[in-house]
Write a protein that binds this ligand. Structure first.
Ligand code: NAD
Ligand code: GLY
Length: 359
């Protein structure tokens, strides 16, 4: 582990995830050498902008960059082509050129949207991610998936586009609502299950410390999570195969989010249901022991996350939604299933009966 930073090693597209406390107030210094040109656009939302926008503006101005600010309303529905269109207009009106950076200051919604605009405006301008939710710090700001939603489906319009740097200021998590901390913890637990039994064991010992935002515990979970994601992305940047392990819990999770209109559950909560279902599916298929499944389900419960798909969600509708998921290959349902704590396999042709009974 590199204290204070993790390198995403992708040859010419390599970059550093800077991890630490009060980094937003030092962003100018940290990003020296990354910020080019004289102009920049900061994309944020009203909630995050009111908390950290001034600090970023001061930092950029000290570096001689006078940024234009784009503050969007808060919510998944604004991760849309229509909001992207407004951002293109603003960038164009303010004469952003190919050397101008786009900075995404916020959670995954802002990061995915601003990343999509950075990937497409002038065929690509430098992107800097400044994630302010736990989920964005451990997952969405890292690895280059950027997207907006189509009215009929989430993340349908997108690209792989790596940022030039990620600045994960752990102090920003202090203002995050507790529910968002728990939702982000689902993705942290995911990393333990898919890749690192020692980290999973550490989480079992230290979960409450991490949930209460103990500084050393938060630094550990963000750093280890980013290190695991960095290794997966280095192997398979554009998800030709092995990167799919990051989708553990997501097949069921996306179906739950879709059926509930992306309004009832946070992304991490739906993924928690999906991870518990995948663990139960794996036991039923003889791939995982009952005791290991219990470890996975019980840490999710301790994190205050849901582990059962509500009975009022129609099972046939859920299966139909899983078939519509863009990760389905040749209409077969593919799942990432745990075969041990710390190891998963991609399993094709899972029977619908096994899926339904795991929910
Ligand atoms: P979010 O961006 O909606 O943020 C959650 C809430 O927290 C929002 O209300 C936001 O305003 C608020 N907030 C953010 N930072 C705050 C802070 N420091 N203090 C107080 N409030 C703060 O949600 P999210 O969970 O961060 O991201 C979810 C999105 O990420 C989804 O659109 C999902 O599809 C996407 N995602 C993308 C990837 C990827 O690889 N690109 C991975 C996972 C999720
Ligand atoms: N969040 C899944 C991925 O980055 O591949």
């Amino acid at each position: 582990m590199t204290a204070g930073g993790v390198l995403i090693d992708l040859g010419p597209r390599s970059y550093t995830i800077h991890i630490g406390y009060n980094l937003i107030g030092r962003a100018g210094e940290i990003l020296r050498g990354v910020l080019g040109g004289e102009r920049a656009m900061v994309v944020t939302n009203y909630t995050v902008g009111s908390l950290y926008g001034k600090s970023i503006r001061d930092q950029l101005e000290k570096s001689g960059i006078y940024p234009v600010f784009a503050e969007i309303p808060d919510g998944e529905e604004y991760k849309s082509l229509s909001t992207a269109g407004e951002l293109y207009d603003l960038a164009y009106r303010n004469e952003l050129d190919r050397r101008s950076s786009i900075l995404a200051l916020g959670g995954g919604v802002v990061g995915d949207l601003a990343g999509f605009v950075a990937a497409t405006y002038l065929r690509g301008v430098p992107l800097i991610q400044i994630p302010t939710t736990l989920l964005a710090q451990v997952d969405s700001s890292v690895g280059g998936k950027v997207a907006v939603n189509h009215p009929r489906g989430k993340n349908i319009i997108g690209a792989f586009y790596q940022p030039s740097a990620v600045v994960a200021d752990l102090a920003a998590l202090k203002t995050l609502p507790e529910r968002e901390v728990r939702a982000g913890m689902a993705e942290v637990i995911k990393y333990g299950v898919i890749a690192d039994e020692i980290f999973f064991g550490w989480l079992e010992e230290n979960l409450e410390r991490a949930l209460s935002l103990d500084p050393a515990a938060v630094e550990e979970i963000v750093t280890v999570s980013c290190r695991i994601k960095a290794a997966v992305v280095k192997e398979d940047e554009t998800e030709r195969g092995s990167r799919a392990v990051l989708n553990f819990g997501h097949t069921v999770g996306h179906a739950v989010e879709s059926l509930t209109g992306y309004k009832t559950y946070r992304h991490g909560e739906a993924v928690a249901m999906g991870m518990a279902a995948a663990a139960r599916m794996a036991v039923r298929m003889g791939l995982l022991g009952q005791a290991e499944m219990d470890r996975i389900v019980s840490i999710l419960v301790r994190a205050g996350l849901p582990v059962d798909v509500p009975a009022n969600l129609d099972r046939e509708e859920l299966i139909r939604s899983m078939h519509r998921d863009k990760k389905v290959v040749s209409s077969r349902l593919t799942f990432v299933l745990p075969v041990a704590v710390g190891k998963v396999e991609i399993v094709r042709d899972v029977e619908e009966e096994a899926i339904v009974s795991s929910l």
